[in-house]
Design a protein around this ligand. Sequence first.
Ligand SMILES: *Cc1c(COP(=O)(O)O)cnc(C)c1O
Length: 377
Amino acid sequence: MGQVAGNLDTVPFFSLEQSHTPLRDAILSEVADLLTSGSFINGPAVAEFESAFAGYCGTAHCVGVASGLDGIRLALLAAGVGPGDEVVVPTMTFAATAEAVTQAGAAPVLVDVLDEDCCIDAAAVGEVVTERTRAVIPVHLYGQMADLAPLERLAQVAIVEDACQAHGASRDELRAGVAGSAGAFSFYPSKNLGAMGDAGALLTDDAGVAAQVRALREHGQRAKYDHELGGYTSRLDTLQAVVLLRKLPHLDRWNAERAAAAAFYSEALVGVGDLELPTVPAGSRPVWHLYVVLTEDPDGLAAFLRERRIGTGRHYPRPVHLEAAYASLGHEAGRFPVAEDVAARCLSLPLFPGIGAEQLETVAGAVRAYFGTRRTG
Ligand SMILES: *Cc1c(COP(=O)(O)O)cnc(C)c1O
């Protein structure tokens, strides 16, 4: 998901340097303590982080797992999803959302997204629900929470939130990851809260779901060597919990820095070329995991910025239904026009906590220069 540190770009697409430098000594000394203690599996930091993150999100239970993908997959399994079931997924997402469904043994049923926020189109969900539909996975894409209210009218269907890009986001007083039956977070390093490797969590208010996932993440054990279920090796590493505990207190500030950068772009780039800037529906408080603009030739703009040592990303250049891994679902190009249009025109601008005012000016200036060149050329 882009370069991390030690990058020579004038404006890297993403950097953790500003976030990590002040925490470096504290993290290293706690990692050294962990090395001495040797409690790498289910060490005390895991439960401490789980309770801190549950408190931050405002939910009863947090279960640390190995990745965001596993958070979604284990949430589906705990909701009783299995072979023969269908799970509705927006086609504009990172592939892991659909992967979680197939790994749970069920069939992903793809739907289009809304123009306004690139999140799941609830009306389209209504059209594909059958008696086999067991769950819907709204994805809070780019850090903006999907509107869950219209989905809550679907009876008998679990709502498993993919909150992997939305740590701290909210909409209409609902908080991302805790508004559905269960919510999954990824702590992949470039996420709004990132570990020093792969990590994830599942949040729920349901004690039964939490207990089930605690068993599933550890070989199906409810107690040592009491294998009631078939499970997985999907614990949150103590090492990652140590890092996450140190970083969590800074999350709101980092999100505010992302939001300030987004606000800068939204002011500086208004009316520039053919750019369509992200919009924020009333009542939504996004956490700006990504700042995605739409333009006719995103590769042309990216190449122009690259020459000026400005990094960019594409999220995502192909919707799930056009990926080879999901060809068997049988969807042709043209099936989901909103998602396909976003995929064809999206470009993610540099955005990370601590991005400097000068760096933002540099990006905005270069984007303006690109469109200026195009007009005269
Ligand atoms: C990152 C991400 C995931 C998967 O997270 P991993 O920790 O990499 O497994 C799932 N869904 C979305 C939308 C993501 O951005």
